[in-house]
Design a binder for this molecule. Structure first.
Ligand code: FES
Ligand code: FES
Length: 276
């Protein structure tokens, strides 16, 4: 049988092997060199990062911001000055020619009522009224609004008096989280005008014989409001609110706040139960 191999047995180096080993740098030296290299690389990386930050700060400092600006714009390329009426007040803004009306309202004018849901024209959360018509502000370039009149949710109330559509949404509990609500209300207000002007929709039964002041059924309200998505599913209450404003037929409010008096009554009832 072959001799057993002892892995711990010391073997002698040949002269060539010993010479080769002597030429190699010490392992400890290798570790030192590696640490040094990593340290230098990190220092270089941080230096580049710091330089980049410094450059960005200089760009921000050089930018002129509107006194109404909520956030400094990153940069304005191809700036366009747009004058428009926003909620009844004349405004003049210099915006990047690619800036949307939604970003202009929210980021330059601090009108954050209009919401950015999808930013792709699919949810209606950004709906505002431009010259009496509802538009998706995420798909409207601010530069195209020169000379136009823009109404956002902030401009619907008259001082402390809410717009009837706002009141109806509260009365009918037409929202849950409220994210879609500014868009729903702006859309519904402009839709009232469409019905008044006799504009047709997909469910209009006869598009040849249209008249002014169209009476909208619940189905027609649903169809005309289908561009406004409510992720909370408050649709039945939204339709009820719009129908009340549209028809002028008042319906009873079906909910109420829990008042301290109610608590008192309930407490007394509890006490009565406890003594029986
Ligand atoms: Fe404009 Fe969704 S954010 S349609
Ligand atoms: Fe929440 Fe409509 S109330 S999305």
């Amino acid at each position: 049988m072959a001799e057993e191999f002892d892995e711990f047995e010391e073997t002698e180096l040949t002269a060539d092997e010993a010479a080769l080993l002597a030429d190699l740098p010490e392992l400890s030296e290798l570790g030192e060199a590696r640490r040094k290299f990593l340290g230098q690389a990190a220092a270089l990386g941080l230096g580049a990062f710091a330089l980049n930050l410094l450059a960005q700060e200089q760009v921000f400092a050089a930018l002129e911001t509107s006194p109404e600006a909520a956030f400094a714009p990153v940069t304005i390329e191809n700036g366009v000055t747009v004058a428009m009426k926003i909620n009844g007040a004349e405004k003049s803004l210099t915006v990047d020619s690619r800036m949307t009306l939604l970003d202009g309202l929210r980021e330059r004018l601090e009108l954050t009522g209009s919401k950015k849901g999808c930013d792709h024209g699919q949810c209606g959360a950004c709906t505002v009224i431009v010259d009496g018509r509802r538009v998706l502000s995420c798909l409207t370039l601010a530069a195209t609004c020169e000379g136009k009149s823009v109404t956002t949710i902030e401009g619907l109330a008259n001082g402390d008096t809410l717009h009837p559509m706002q009141t109806a949404f509260i009365k009918h509990d037409g929202f849950q989280c409220g994210y879609c609500t500014p868009g729903q209300i702006c859309s519904a207000v402009a839709m009232m005008n469409e019905a008044k002007n006799g504009e047709v929709s997909y469910v209009t039964s006869n598009v040849r014989t249209t008249a002014k002041n169209v009476k909208l059924s619940d189905d027609e309200i649903r169809e005309r409001m289908s561009g406004n998505i409510c992720r909370c599913g408050a649709y039945p209450n939204i339709v009820a609110a719009i129908q009340e404003v549209h028809s002028g037929r008042e319906t009873a409010q079906t909910w109420n706040f829990h008042t301290p008096n109610n608590d008192l009554v309930e407490d007394k009832e509890d006490e009565k139960d406890a003594t029986v």
